[in-house]
Design a protein around this ligand. Structure first.
Ligand code: HEM
Length: 229
């Protein structure tokens, strides 16, 4: 099975189209830009040095601290709270991976890149915009349970890492099956019942989330995959 995501239909918007389909279709060019970045390609084809993978895990740590702190603030919100699942939380797994990759002093050895600072700040701002927070939640967690599963296999193979330590970030044992989780997530997106303006704002925030992720790849690629950018 190829890791490359298939392009969804490019048919024109249709008012009967479920919001989850619209969101995916309207943001797929941005997904493609992230997936096609030289850093991501080097990661997927096994040519990225372990130091590059480790640097990406470190950047994830800062983004997910922001995502999960903001998610907890919005746990009772009628919109964002629908997506709150403690079993999704990635920070404990990131800590395990970083301890393995960098050692017990991992926290002193990592810092956010400029793009990661911008990304984490944007996520934190979404505490006042619950639907915008859902856009960031969707972009990361739905990616982690989809294409992330290919990254898990590629990294385990390239660096000899295990689910217990190294690629724990991609292991979602608490969700009871990823296809069912993905289907349920789409149903929750469809249940949001957004008016046209709110739907357009959520699409725009998701596009921004992809772009911010691509900028993090760009920061990492300049250092760790200069030939691939
Ligand atoms: C390393 C490069 C990447 C690869 C190989 C990849 C691959 C994939 C694949 C195969 C899917 C499933 C498509 C389907 O359901 O038909 C997917 C979905 C998704 N990916 Fe990625 N992806 C990558 C990077 C990213 C990044 C960087 C993000 C965001 C930060 C992301 C976010 C998503 C999201 C949100 C979905 C779910 C779309 C939906 O069904 O609504 N992906 N990806």
């Amino acid at each position: 099975m190829s890791a490359s995501a298939q392009a969804p239909t490019t048919a024109a918007p249709d008012s009967a189209e479920p919001f989850s389909d619209r969101l995916r279709r309207a943001t797929w060019d941005d997904h493609r830009a992230a997936e096609d970045h030289g850093f991501a390609k080097a990661l997927m084809d096994g040519t990225l040095p372990l130091a590059g993978y480790t640097a990406m895990v470190a950047q994830h740590y800062f983004a997910y601290v922001a995502l999960e702190e903001t998610g907890r603030l919005l746990a009772e919100d009628p919109v964002a709270g629908r997506f709150h699942r403690p079993e999704l939380e990635r920070v404990p797994a990131l800590v395990r991976d970083l301890e393995h990759l960098l050692g017990p002093d991992w926290r002193a050895r990592i810092s956010p890149t400029p793009a990661t600072r911008t990304y984490a700040a944007r996520i934190a701002q979404m505490a006042d915009h619950p639907a915008g927070f859902v856009a960031h939640h969707y972009t990361r967690y739905m990616g982690d349970v989809s294409g992330g599963q290919f990254i898990r296999r590629a990294a385990a193979r390239a660096y000899g890492l295990t689910d217990e330590a190294g690629v724990a970030f991609y292991v979602f044992d608490g969700l009871g099956g990823l296809p069912g989780f993905r289907a349920g997530y789409r149903e929750r997106l469809d249940s949001l019942d957004l008016d046209d303006g709110a739907a357009a704002r959520m699409v725009a925030e998701t596009r921004l989330a992809y772009q911010l992720n691509t900028e993090v790849f760009a920061d990492l690629g300049r250092i760790h995959a200069p030939g691939a950018a």
